[in-house]
Every structure is written in C-alpha cells, then in structure tokens.
Design a protein around this ligand. Structure first.
Ligand SMILES: Nc1ncnc2c1ncn2[C@@H]1O[C@H](COP(=O)(O)OP(=O)(O)OP(=O)(O)O)[C@@H](O)[C@H]1O
Ligand SMILES: [Mg+2]
Length: 460
C-alpha cells in the first residue's frame, strides 16, 4: 500500500511547504496554508486518491450513448417537503450535506429520515460523533421512530468506512462531518484539512458503493457551512436548515442539487414529536400579525418556486443619537438603508431624525429585491404612524430614483395573496398591465415611492 504523504499547500497560490505556516512565504497570504495528503506514486485504477472524488470508472473513455444508466430510483424520506427539495427523494449513491445553526433540528431530521427508511426494511447506519448512542436513543423515543437504525459512536474515518463495508447500509448518516478525523492527517478534527479530506473520502466511498450518504455540517457565525467551500463542491446536494430557534417554523433550502431543482424550499414545523410538513406556511407566518398597527406590511415573497406571505415590520422612533441607528433582521441591511434613504428623499419623511428597525417576522430571511416595496410601505407606515390597509400585499423592486420596477413570479405571488383572502395588491405599474388578477384581488399599480405614499394616504 502506498502511504500518503502529508504536504502543506497554500490555498491562495498553490505553493507547497514542508510544515504548516501561519503566513505563506510565497504569496504572503495569512492563514492560507492547509494540510493535504498526497500519494507519492500514481494510484491504481479505481483506488482512492486524496480529494479525488466521484465514481470514476477506471478512466476508460466512453460514448455517452453507450453508457448503461444505473437506476436513479429515489427513496422517499417520509417528509414530503424534504422530498420536494431533494427533487423527489434520496438518489442511491448521492451525498447530501445538511447545514444549519446549532439546535435547529439537523439530528432530528436525520433520525426521522433514518427511521422511515429503516421501517421500510432498509439498513441505516447513524454515525454519531457528538452524542452517545443513549442520547440518540432518547431522541428516537421522543420522536417515536428510528429504533431500527444502527447507531455507531465513532469519529475515525477509517473505522467508519470499515464498519460501513461490514454493515452495508443503504443510507450512511454522519453527525457531524466536523467531528470526523482521518488517521492520515495530523491536524485536529474539524480543521479545514480534516473536514475536506473526510468529506472527499466519504463521497468517493458513496459513489463506489452506491450507498447514499447524509453529512451533517455546522454553520459558522457568518452562516457558511464550517470548513472549506470545497465541501459544497464535493457533495451532490447542499441543504441549509434555517429558522428562528424560538419559533417552531423551519425552512430547508436547497442551495445546490445535482439531481433536482436548486433554490427549492421546504417548510417544517418543529414539535415534540419532531419535524412535520407544513403545507400552508403563509397562514402560520401571518397568524400573529397585529391588526391595524402602523409599520406592518405583507409581502408575497417567492423562495425558489414557493410563494410565502411574510410580514415586514418597521419601527421608526425618534433618535437621540447623532447618528441614528439602522437595524435589520432577516433582510439585507445595506438594501434596507438604501430604501430608507429613498423613502426619506422622495417622500420627505425626515427619517434622518429617527432610529429605524426593520425585520421580517417569524425568523424568515428575505433576500429578493421584490421585497423593496413592502419594506418602503412598512417604513412609510411607521414614520407616518398610519397603518397600511389590512387586506393589502406589496411587492416590487425600488430603484434609486424612487421608481418601482417589475419583478418575477408576479402571478404566483398574486395567487398566494388571493388564496389567503387578501383583497388588494400594490405592485409595479408595468406588471399590473401584464398580469390577469385572480378573482377577488384588486391590482393597485404603483409607479414610484412618491405614488405609493399618496396612494397609502388615499386608501389608508
Ligand atoms: N422535548 C422537546 N419538545 C419539543 N422540541 C424539542 C424537544 N427537545 C428538543 N426539541 C427541539 O429540537 C431541537 C434540537 O434538535 P437537534 O438536536 O436535532 O438539533 P441539531 O441541529 O442537531 O443541534 P446540534 O447543532 O446541537 O447538533 C431543539 O432546538 C428544539 O427545537
Ligand atoms: Mg445534532
């Protein structure tokens, strides 16, 4: 067997070093040197090479039409929302990375999937590096599923692969990839080199054996899955779990999928018995909306292809600071600052005298420009201390000149608003001309922020 050689490679310039350095001596980049394994001779066909991933078939060139397609039969997970995000279920031999904040429910969903598949007679291996088998059993008791799942408390990659070869599971769950370490590397578990090497080995293993693998990954403070970005390139599917830990609602977002659509969103509710599908998230998100209160506007947002009605809230309060505060939750802070400046300039709201707080209720994150009009409506409503019409929704992008621009998925947004009983939709003028409103929904075209302010004054 060829022993791997450990080298230290700069991720910026590719220079190799004999030992780890805090700063690359070639390109002077800080903290860019990462440990990697290299084999000293060319590996035999089909054998694992460090960071060589995928199911390479011995390097034989083949005509695509001659390739016999292996079955892509998907396994249903028992959670419809998850199946939808995955593109219909788990594909054999696929590697899925599931990331999310601490306590969001990653282990819960993994055990639920394992429980459903085990109940259908499949062999499931749950490798737990963070919790003891007793802790996993306690969760299984609470969820009422997963008792047929085989738990393995192990963090050594080589041992995990050996056990997987012995047990031959249909699904291998690794909770979490940051706890796994390879004996071939000297760096600590959770380091960039370890996470990358272990994920690459597990992926190669999954492709070679056609065992589906679910890797659970922690999320850093900045919101990225801890470890190098290469982790996302290595795996087939990347899912992010998000939501406010205080509320029961959880969103599962597919940010990469080699076997299905990306940007698809699944909505779940976390309860004592685990996660359950939510078919009508808009209703739950709007359930606690205050009635007749200034600073609240409803936005029909579209996540992937999924419409969601969310409440944008703004609070403008007189500031005692020389530089008034601008705080946002669930929205892009720069964009919100620009929108408040536009509202200030175009509608003369004197926001420079106010602290401004803008958020999306329910722990939902909204990134799309279509949210602009709802944000401006909420700000205007709070600054004027006048509620917007209770049965109105708002969507449209706002430009720096105060103009309201068209956005995508107008019909989907309007349909969802009509379904939830809304009677009025404030939308870009050009979109209003193009779309057919659903029955019962009145379209109110808005050309500019100034027009919005006068419309709100008239219809409020
Ligand atoms: N008895 C309970 N009743 C209701 N919900 C519970 C109960 N126990 C745990 N939970 C929910 O489960 C969540 C923890 O789930 P889980 O352990 O799957 O999260 P995780 O993402 O794996 O966390 P970590 O990052 O710590 O591994 C809690 O935040 C809570 O919402
Ligand atoms: Mg966990």
């Amino acid at each position: 067997m060829v022993r791997p050689k450990t080298v230290f490679v700069c991720q910026q310039c590719g220079a190799q070093h004999a030992k780890w350095l805090g700063r690359c001596t070639d390109c002077s980049a800080w903290e860019s040197v990462v440990e990697e394994t290299r084999r000293s001779t060319a590996p035999a066909a089909g054998s694992r090479t460090s960071l060589a991933i995928g199911a390479a078939g011995g390097g034989v060139p083949q005509r695509l039409g001659d390739i016999v397609q292996q079955s892509l039969e998907r396994t249903h997970t028992g959670l419809e929302e998850l199946d939808r995000v995955l593109g219909g279920g788990i594909v054999p031999g696929s590697v899925t990375l599931l990331g999310g904040d601490p306590g969001i429910g990653k282990s819960t969903i993994a055990l639920q999937i394992g429980g459903t598949l085990a109940a259908a007679g499949r062999c499931i291996l749950y490798v737990s590096g963070e919790e003891s088998p007793e802790q996993v059993k306690l969760r299984a008791d609470r969820l009422g599923t997963g008792h047929d799942v085989i738990a393995l408390p192990e963090t050594c990659l080589e041992e995990i692969l050996a056990q997987a070869d012995r047990i031959n599971p249909a699904l291998l769950i690794i909770d979490s990839i940051q706890t796994v370490h390879s004996r071939e590397l000297t760096s600590a578990a959770g380091s960039v080199a370890q996470v990358r090497e272990c994920a690459a080995s597990l992926t190669t293993h999954a492709k070679a054996t056609r065992r589906s693998t679910l890797l659970i990954g922690h999320v850093t403070r900045e919101g990225a899955i801890a470890g190098p970005r290469v982790l996302e390139h290595v795996v087939d599917t990347v899912l992010y779990f998000e939501g406010d830990p205080g509320s029961g609602l959880r969103l599962l977002r597919g940010v990469k999928n080699r076997f299905g659509p990306t940007n698809e969103v699944g909505v779940f509710e976390m309860g004592e018995n685990g996660l359950s599908d939510v078919a009508n998230p808009s209703e739950i998100l709007l359930a606690e909306r205050p009635r007749g209160v200034p600073g609240s506007a409803v936005l029909p947002t579209v996540d992937g292809t999924r419409p969601l009605l969310v409440e944008v809230q703004a609070l403008a309060s007189r500031s005692v600071l020389a530089m008034p505060r601008r705080t946002t939750l669930g929205l892009d802070s720069n964009r919100t600052a620009v929108l408040s400046a536009i509202a200030d300039r175009r509608a003369g709201l004197r926001l420079f005298e106010h602290d401004l707080f803008v958020s999306v209720a329910g722990g939902i994150r909204v990134q799309e420009p279509a949210a602009d009009l709802a944000i401006v409506a909420a700000i205007v409503s709070s600054a004027r201390d006048t509620p917007v019409p209770q049965d109105a929704v708002f969507f449209g992008e706002v430009g720096l000149a105060g103009e309201v621009r068209a956005v995508r998925h107008a019909e989907t947004r309007l349909k969802e608003a009509a379904k939830l009983g809304f009677g009025r939709a404030f939308l870009p003028e050009i979109t209003a001309r193009r779309v057919e409103p659903p029955p019962g929904l009145l379209l109110i075209p808005v050309a500019s922020v100034l027009a919005l302010c006068s419309l709100l004054g008239e219809v409020g």
